[in-house]
Design a protein around this ligand. Structure first.
Ligand code: GYE
Length: 352
């Protein structure tokens, strides 16, 4: 009986299996491979450092620039400030513009303000003087805020700022010296008076160095040199004072256009003919200098380009994105002459 029963059970189960759909032998179905992107990365071997998430890629819209301007001392500075304000709008970045009113202590205070300001993520400065920046540069670095020097260099501490974008002031001075030599060729006396920018400023120091380098090669003697703080008024006053002492001057070197304009006024009032009796060279090549050349009262102007903002903002963005930049990005500049037959057209095409 038991045997019959056991036979029936085995026979029944064989029948049932046979009736089951044929199950392929279980092939190991790999787990549904998650979409390739879903394959979780193999956990890095314990030795590999965790992969840092990709760094934020900054755009101009992420940039808030704290800009420390020197002040508003003349045509060049006005064009430079306008370049920063207009270009920031075009690029869609936020600009915090600080006017240091040509006061070094105010400029340092503004710098500290931008270090503390949580919105500001990059600092741009046109340094009034070449020294006095060590502490604030160190503080900015500690705060993770890149610093870019615009227009004027400082002495040392290259490791504390990203780059300097601006002119070769020594070369500007050399150009002025070379041109003064040409104009005083054959002159019995070559006495030249120099109107200097604000004391301690890179362009004031370097233009003087460059001028002497080339001017002394043709026997020029700088018989008077004094600061006139980039201004027409002081340029006139200083020249008037010198003229009271002596009129034995064959050339005047104005380290910027405005001081040269002041000298022109003083010469006229002293009965001398500017650009004829006394040759005059300036630096900047602003619109006012072109007008003075067209009027025949200024002989030569050496260009110093104030439209630096596009290059500065480009460097600021690169710095925020961790790029390394050359320590100096020089601006391109020319020399312009009052006797250039195309002067009128050139003047008409100028942006500043
Ligand atoms: O020559 C002068 C201005 O820093 C290059 O500053 C600039 C100088 C410029 O006051 O006009």
């Amino acid at each position: 009986m038991f045997k019959k029963l056991a036979f029936l059970i085995v026979f029944a189960s064989l029948v049932l299996v046979a009736c089951q759909p044929a199950v392929p032998p279980a092939t190991e179905v790999p787990p549904v491979a998650p979409a390739a992107t879903e394959v979780p990365p193999a956990a890095p071997a314990a030795t590999e450092p965790p992969v840092a998430p990709p760094a934020k890629v900054y755009t101009y819209r992420d940039m808030t620039v704290g800009f420390l301007q020197t002040g508003s001392e003349g045509g060049w500075r006005a064009a430079n400030s306008a370049s920063f304000k207009e270009t920031s709008g075009q690029l869609g970045l936020k600009l915090k513009f600080y006017d240091s009113q040509n006061d070094l202590a105010k400029q340092v205070a503004g710098f500290q303000q931008f270090i503390q300001d949580p919105e500001v993520n990059v600092i741009v400065m046109s340094p009034l003087e070449v020294t006095g920046w060590e502490q604030v540069l160190k503080d900015a670095k500690a705060a993770g805020k890149p610093v870019i020097l615009s227009d004027r260099r400082i002495d040392g501490f290259e490791d504390l700022y990203v780059t300097f974008i601006g002119a070769d002031f020594v070369e500007e001075g050399r150009k002025a010296g070379t041109e003064m030599c040409k104009m005083l060729e054959g002159s019995a006396n070559k006495n030249v008076w120099e109107l200097v920018g604000n004391v301690g400023a890179a362009p004031a120091i370097d233009r003087g160095t460059g001028f002497r380098e080339t001017a002394t090669e043709c026997g020029i003697v700088v018989t008077n040199s004094q600061t006139a703080n980039w201004s027409i008024k002081e340029g006139k006053e200083v020249t008037e004072a010198w003229l009271k002492e002596s009129k034995d001057v064959q050339g005047i070197f104005g380290q910027n256009d405005e001081m040269a304009f002041g000298a022109i006024e003083a010469l006229k009032e002293a009965g001398l003919v500017p650009a004829v009796d006394v040759k005059i060279i300036s630096v900047d090549a602003t619109a006012g200098a072109f007008q003075a050349m067209l009027d025949g009262t200024l002989n030569v102007t050496v260009e110093c380009n104030p439209l630096l903002a596009p290059q500065v903002y480009e460097a600021a963005l690169a710095a925020l994105n961790g790029e390394t930049l050359p320590k100096w990005i020089p601006s391109q500049e020319g020399v312009f002459y009052f006797d250039d037959p195309n002067l009128k057209e050139i003047a008409a095409g100028r942006k500043y």
